[in-house]
Design a protein around this ligand. Structure first.
Ligand code: SF4
Ligand SMILES: [Zn+2]
Length: 270
């Protein structure tokens, strides 16, 4: 469920979520009203997991008013698992308060993005690696699941090292207990990424790189690693084999087998 609320106070260079936010703080009652209306339109059977994405940090009280948490938890009661998003910096006591209100198991989705030190410093995310480590440890200690977002093609990662740094970041997240890891190719469209591209600091990741990055993650057994297919048609790639490559990524997303499906032969881009 995509909920509209206050804008995130961070300004990560790759993020365009501010386009779907309100100008001021989220008015109390707004999120429960949106959620309730959206749930009414869901035909049974209900899915196992409810993801509440508010284009910001769920534990930022400007984005999610504290007085709305009991009603949100009540509306989420039919679901066995509930996922919310948060910057590592806002994970803390309010995370535990929400977990205690829920009937289902809480999972927090956190953007680690990249462990490449230069690129991480340029993301404008204000995330220190040790803060991420502490947030992951805090969640594990309180039996709250961790989902992690990892970028492919983060600005300032040399293009020839792009897949390697994505793999390293995925391995890092898995090592800290992430159960689900989504690899997200960086997409343009927010203006800042286009500026960085113009400066030579960003090269758009390709469909083939996404496919190879996911393939390299097959060996990780402690986490489910998937590729984000949002706007997949915008990723640069060979038009002759694009549908087969997207299908191959989809099949890797859905299969836990460590064996990758057969490679795609293509005379146009071989
Ligand atoms: S913290 Fe998340 S929502 Fe906020 S700007 Fe960064 S990526 Fe976007
Ligand atoms: Zn091809």
């Amino acid at each position: 469920m995509f909920l509209a609320g206050a804008e995130c106070p961070y300004t990560c260079s790759f993020c365009d979520l501010w386009r779907w936010t309100l100008d001021g703080p989220t008015p109390p009652g707004a999120l429960p009203a949106q959620l309730s209306r959206a749930l009414e339109s869901l035909a049974p059977p209900l899915p196992h997991r409810l993801k509440l994405y508010n284009a910001s940090n769920f534990f930022d009280r400007r984005a999610v008013p504290a007085e709305d948490l009991p009603r949100i938890a009540e509306l989420a009661a039919p679901f066995a698992a509930v996922t919310v998003e948060s910057h590592a910096n806002t994970i803390g006591p309010s995370t535990l308060e929400f977990a205690a209100l829920l009937s289902g198991k809480l999972e927090v989705a956190v953007g680690l993005e990249t462990v490449h030190p230069v690129a991480a410093a340029h993301l404008n995310k204000k995330l220190e690696l040790d803060r991420f480590d502490r947030a992951a440890g805090f969640l594990a200690e309180h039996d709250i699941d961790l989902r992690v977002f990892v970028l492919l093609g983060a600005p300032y990662v040399p293009v020839e090292e792009s897949i390697e740094w994505t793999l390293r970041t995925v391995e890092y997240a898995a090592g800290l207990g992430a159960g689900r890891i989504a690899v997200i190719p960086v997409r343009g469209g927010n203006g800042e990424i286009e500026r960085l591209q113009h400066l030579g600091a960003f090269v758009p990741p390709t469909l083939a790189q996404l496919e190879h990055a996911l393939e390299q993650c097959r060996g990780i057994r402690s986490a489910v690693v998937t590729a984000d297919l949002w706007d997949i048609e915008r990723l640069p790639g060979c038009e002759s084999c694009r549908p087969q490559r997207v299908a191959r990524i989809q099949s890797m997303n859905l299969s836990p087998s460590p064996e990758a499906p057969a490679p795609i032969p293509c005379s146009a881009c071989a």
